[in-house]
Design a protein around this ligand. Sequence first.
Ligand SMILES: NC(=O)c1ccc[n+]([C@@H]2O[C@H](COP(=O)([O-])OP(=O)(O)OC[C@H]3O[C@@H](n4cnc5c(N)ncnc54)[C@H](O)[C@@H]3O)[C@@H](O)[C@H]2O)c1
Length: 254
Amino acid sequence: MATGRTHRPATRSRGIPEATVARLPLYLRALTALSERSVPTVSSEELAAAAGVNSAKLRKDFSYLGSYGTRGVGYDVEYLVYQISRELGLTQDWPVVIVGIGNLGAALANYGGFASRGFRVAALIDADPAMAGKPVAGMPVQHTDDLEKIIDDNGVSIGVIATPAGAAQQVCDRLVAAGVTSILNFAPTVLSVPDGVDVRKVDLSIELQILAFHEQRKAGEESAEAAAVLPPAARAAGEDRKGPDGDVPAVMPA
Ligand SMILES: NC(=O)c1ccc[n+]([C@@H]2O[C@H](COP(=O)([O-])OP(=O)(O)OC[C@H]3O[C@@H](n4cnc5c(N)ncnc54)[C@H](O)[C@@H]3O)[C@@H](O)[C@H]2O)c1
């Protein structure tokens, strides 16, 4: 009997904005690190810096949780860990299945960080008959033929897709038909899902492309700054000092 499929994140119904929900894991990670160091309280500024968020935004986010901290003391670290964990639904066990146990699926299965955050890997599923029964991360890989039964038996509502892109939609459709309502998709493809099903896509190459964009902008700003510190005559002379690729040599401060 599936029990997990009806769980919906409480955050939506409580009217917490999606952007705040997206920042809660950042706060939780920073707070967990403080808790591990037995730090009892933290100011909004310190926590904002640790989470990489603006402190006014943090205070606004925490106001949605009904957490305002104490003036001059800050926020109680343990209580905030509990509050955010509860808000994110992490105080309950979330069985997760991973579909596609190749390089990535096996790495995810071996990652210990899921279990410590309340995500129990309930099953590993792959279409390759040669993999069936083989142990990965201490669990036998199960064949996709049994996908629906596995979802039902374990009350799974969260599925992770780590198959090739061409198989992802079909895997997604089967997961959804079996009762999965949240999908974490690593395959480089856009999935169509019915209303009520949440999909989060992880694409490391997109993250790298965004970093490349920022790197390019930083390089542009540096050369603009270098040009700005030159007196006009030197700037004009600098034209002659360009390297063979047109790069302007770095300007040393006087
Ligand atoms: N999001 C990211 O940042 C990121 C990073 C690396 C890889 N990927 C993507 O993750 C996916 C897996 O990459 P990989 O390197 O592990 O590939 P892989 O070839 O090593 O593994 C894919 C696995 O999926 C299985 N599979 C194929 N069709 C299936 C189906 N219909 N049902 C169940 N299992 C099926 C295969 O048998 C294989 O074991 C690819 O789509 C890849 O592009 C994403």
